[in-house]
Design a protein around this ligand. Structure first.
Ligand SMILES: Nc1ncnc2c1ncn2[C@@H]1O[C@H](COP(=O)(O)OP(=O)(O)OP(=O)(O)O)[C@@H](O)[C@H]1O
Ligand SMILES: [Mg+2]
Length: 467
């Protein structure tokens, strides 16, 4: 950061927390100021401001969340990290809504706190007016390319409306993200957003899924069920993969859209709902209409506003931005320092065609974070399926090949358990045990070999019960 040390302010009534943070941050070359109370903090804020503020949530006088509200209301813009004992969900949510940058549960790892401060300083203040904004729920949508700017403009233009929108684009281009953003920026934001992937549900169940059913409507219907349309009342219903809907359901959907009412399966009473429909498909619907696979009248009803999400290869200028974001995110999940791309590796990835678009890029970032052996990702670390030359160093490629076979197998077993949930702890355990063995049990040395702080290693050893 242009040579000036970062100014970090800490407000906490607990002297030991102030001391620990003060020491850790000063050690990292940052300039710290500590305050015992919110009052002291506000005094100081009249003359100066920090790059990042760390605040306890519970303090005598004004509590951290209140202080946070006041800081944002006063128009100060700097990132704030809230610390509190116990990962208490309500205060975390309140912190995010109040505009806090991050939330650090106590007891915290000093290395983790330092990494968080650095990241907060890099990213800068969160845009917030202090009012309730469920911003955190929607992942950031990134893009500087003109085609993405057009998408953002359309979302902005529609912000006060409830018009039906059809989103088209290749797989993984962010259609669902756009749908969520439309909802979050609409007058319906406080009401439900219900997403339904019509292809994920067996055709014979889809009707009851959408419209619900009455008890006894069919064999197995032993109680009444509320369908997605009713759940979404007042809010938004996102119908994904609309192009694959059966002709019978297309007809029913058209009727609901035209009349605003429907019957539950087996029901006699019409149900009225107020639902905004957003539909998405990666098919060419106009083509499907021509081929007679999709009803033309339904197409026109859905296609009131059309948003097209561009394929990644048509907005290559955004690739470095996206890689940077998702490499950081993967590093945060793995609790390691983010890996950087060498200029050559970056050029190679920018030139790659990304048939799976942003989704493929997100996965690639996770994978490269795990497989690249050093702090930098070099061209030889890029696997062949991401356009890398296949002559990867034998050890790593053999290993990642086996890992990918394992993942394939696990997916086919279909236990539904997320891959990373199984693989990450295993991955950490293997590396920790190897490093400890290599360091003959010296934790400090093992931590250095792993690239972690000693506290992180100690915590991991406890977590994985390796002690
Ligand atoms: N512009 C973007 N900025 C940041 N992340 C993005 C962007 N577009 C997509 N992503 C991310 O890429 C992944 C895929 O996005 P999403 O699920 O919205 O795509 P989709 O078009 O609905 O894909 P599919 O057709 O396969 O359902 C998600 O993790 C999403 O957060
Ligand atoms: Mg999708």
């Amino acid at each position: 950061m242009n040579g000036r040390p970062l100014a970090i302010w800490v407000v906490d009534d607990d002297a030991s927390v102030r001391w620990v943070l003060d020491r850790a941050l000063t050690n990292e070359g940052m300039e710290t100021r500590t305050f015992e109370s919110a009052d002291q903090l506000f005094d100081a804020l009249r003359k100066d401001r920090p790059d990042v503020l760390i605040s306890d949530v519970k303090m005598p006088g004004m509590d951290g969340l209140e202080a946070l509200g006041k800081i944002t209301a006063d128009g100060h813009a700097f990132p704030i990290i809230i610390i509190t004992a116990h990962a208490d969900l309500d205060s975390a949510v309140a912190a995010y809504r109040g505009g806090a940058f991050e939330y650090l549960p106590k007891p915290f790892d000093v290395d983790e706190a330092v990494a968080l401060v650095r990241r907060a300083a890099r990213v800068g203040p969160r845009r917030s007016g202090g009012q309730v904004e469920a911003e955190r729920a929607v992942p950031t949508m990134l893009g500087r390319a003109p085609a993405m700017q057009e998408v953002f403009r359309t979302i902005g233009r529609l912000a006060r409306s409830s018009m039906t929108v059809l989103i088209t684009g290749e797989s993984g281009t962010g259609k669902e993200l756009v749908a969520r953003a439309l909802h979050e920026h609409s007058p319906r934001a406080q009401k439900p957003f219900i997403a339904l992937n019509t292809t994920a549900i067996a055709a014979e169940l889809l009707e009851s899924e959408l419209f619900g059913h009455e008890r006894g409507a069919f064999t197995g219907a032993d109680s009444r069920r509320i369908g997605r349309f009713e759940q979404a009342d007042g809010g938004t219903l996102f119908l994904d993969e609309i192009g694959d809907m059966s002709p019978a359901l297309q007809t029913r959907l058209l009727r609901v859209l035209a009349e605003g009412e429907f019957y539950r399966v087996g029901g006699q009473m019409p149900i009225r709902v107020d639902v905004r429909v957003i539909a998405a498909t990666n098919q060419d619907l106009a083509e499907a209409v021509k081929d007679g696979r999709f009803r033309e009248d339904l197409f026109h009803r859905l296609n009131v506003i059309h948003i097209e999400t561009p394929p990644l290869r048509e907005r290559r200028e955004d690739i470095p931005l996206l890689m940077d974001h998702y490499l950081r995110e993967a590093a945060r999940e793995l609790r390691i320092e983010p890996k950087r791309l060498t200029p050559d590796a970056q050029a190679q990835l920018v030139a790659f065609d990304w048939p799976g678009n942003v989704r493929q890029l997100v996965n690639a970032c996770r994978r490269l974070t795990v497989t690249a052996p050093g702090a930098e990702i070099r061209p030889e670390d890029i696997p062949a399926d991401l356009g890398g030359r296949s002559g990867v160093r034998a050890g790593t490629s053999d290993w990642s090949l086996r890992l990918s076979r394992w993942a394939e197998g696990a997916l086919q077993d279909g236990t539904g358990k997320p891959l990373l949930e199984t693989a990450l702890p295993e991955f950490e355990k293997v590396l920790i045990t190897t490093a400890l063995a290599h360091a003959r049990g010296h934790r400090q040395d093992a931590a250095r070999l792993l690239g972690w702080g000693r506290n992180t290693l100690a915590r991991k050893i406890r977590e994985h019960r390796l002690d």
